[in-house]
Design a protein. Structure first.
Length: 209
């Protein structure tokens, strides 16, 4: 299995980006992060990239208004750094179909709920946790899934439950879910780094070591 050379995409503070990087440095994941890309100029995740000497790029829809142009710029950056895997760590723009097809079964996203529930366009961050609480769910969770050409519809690689407490607010639930996100994203990446993932249509099979 070729060593993972990861490009991280993020639109916000990048806490999952930081957690993955920390686990790489601790030797828990045999991979390297070779580039960072954001669609938000002031994303906090740029600070993580700069602090760790990771090449960082702002790719703007104003500069590349057509999806095909945008995709070409993304692919150009990925090729420059010889990236062979993409991690979406809170990236709030849909990945273009040209990128999805080029990196088929090599793009992972993390979602703060148990998909297919509470997924789709507009369902991110506090919107998800508010929806979970408003519905009256007793359990929420985390899904790490492969990315296809629609929002949150790719097959799950890992799902992990998180209990919902009677006194939860969107903020307290988000904090508890985030702790699990930081664990399972690296866990899922390890499966790929170890060559243990097989994809059969909608099913993802994890092979034993």
């Amino acid at each position: 299995m070729e060593k993972l050379r990861i490009a991280v995409f993020a639109s916000g503070r990048g806490s999952n980006f930081g957690a993955i990087l920390k686990n790489i440095k601790k030797g828990e994941l045999d991979a390297s992060i070779v580039a960072f890309i954001s669609n938000k100029k002031n994303a906090g995740a740029f600070d993580i990239a700069r602090a760790n000497n990771i090449p960082a790029y702002f790719v703007s829809t104003k500069e590349f208004p057509e999806q095909e142009q945008f995709d070409l710029r993304i692919l150009e950056i990925l090729e420059t750094h010889n990236a062979n895997f993409i991690v979406l760590a809170g990236y709030l723009k849909m990945i273009g179909k040209n990128v999805v097809r080029k990196f088929k079964n090599r793009i992972l996203n993390i979602h703060p709920a148990l998909l297919p529930s509470f997924g789709g366009k507009g369902m991110f961050g506090h919107h998800v946790h508010e929806a979970v609480l408003n519905y009256g769910c007793k359990v929420s969770g985390v899904t790490v899934h492969l990315v296809d050409e629609s929002y949150d519809t790719g097959p799950p690689v890992i799902q992990r439950c998180v209990p919902v407490r009677n006194d939860d607010t969107p903020e307290t639930l988000a904090a508890r879910v985030l702790k699990i996100e930081h664990q399972v994203f690296t866990e899922a990446l390890k499966y790929f780094a170890e060559g243990r993932v097989q994809v059969f249509g909608r099913r993802v099979k994890i092979l034993p070591k």
